[in-house]
Design a protein. Structure first.
Ligand SMILES: [Zn+2]
Length: 204
């Protein structure tokens, strides 16, 4: 159950946006144009040193990096930050995110990337890059693990209009990047075309 819709934002393709959330509010991430990954990170709205942590969140989700129900901050806080409520497909990835160094290695040094998208989005909130680690919930991302521990990326299993709801367990600054991977540059992550995403915020 959510309260009334209080804000709505379209994240343009290949860009990022940040959202302030109060405890109890719900952020709905909608795949408005179909198969598209959103790279989500979160920090305490009142203490930006407290950030989401992938390893601890994995531990707290029965050691699953895919079927994620709760997102936590790391040491020394160890707080629940978000819970996932409506999630028809339940395929995500607790991991990292694309960044300028990865694109440099792929021969596209000036390509937009999720890490810089998120840095741009949180800059008005005075976060430094040191306060924005690579820990990410890659919403809708379909990662397939191989024997031996390597993994590959497959197109998301979602369809146009699918969404997932995140309820804030505490006051948060949440940043989301519409991942710019497309074409030959790990395009399978977004079914080969980068698309926009929509965010709706509902009151508690
Ligand atoms: Zn990305």
């Amino acid at each position: 159950m959510t309260g009334p819709l209080i804000a709505e934002t379209l994240i343009p393709r290949m860009e990022g946006r940040a959202f302030e959330m109060l405890a109890g509010q719900v952020l709905r991430l909608v795949a408005v144009e179909g198969k598209q990954v959103g790279d989500l990170t979160a920090s305490n709205l009142h203490d930006h040193d407290e950030q989401m942590n992938v390893i601890f969140s994995t531990t707290m989700n029965d050691r699953s990096v895919s079927h994620v129900r709760r997102v936590f901050s790391g040491a020394p806080y160890f707080n629940e930050m978000l819970t996932i409520e409506n999630d028809n497909h339940g395929v995500h990835w607790l991991g990292g995110r694309c960044n300028r160094f990865l694109y440099q290695a792929m021969g596209a040094p000036d390509h937009r990337n999720c890490h810089d998208n998120i840095l741009e989005a949180v800059a008005p909130h005075s976060l430094t890059e040191r306060q924005v680690q690579l820990d990410t919930l890659n919403v809708f991302m379909n990662v397939v693990y191989e024997p031996g521990g390597t993994f590959t990326f497959e197109p998301p299993v979602i369809e146009q209009g699918d969404y997932v709801d995140f309820r804030a367990s505490m006051d948060l600054l949440v940043a989301i990047s519409a991942c710019p991977n497309e074409g030959d540059l790990r395009g399978e992550i977004n079914d080969y075309v980068a698309k926009p995403l929509k965010v709706e915020i509902y009151d508690a």
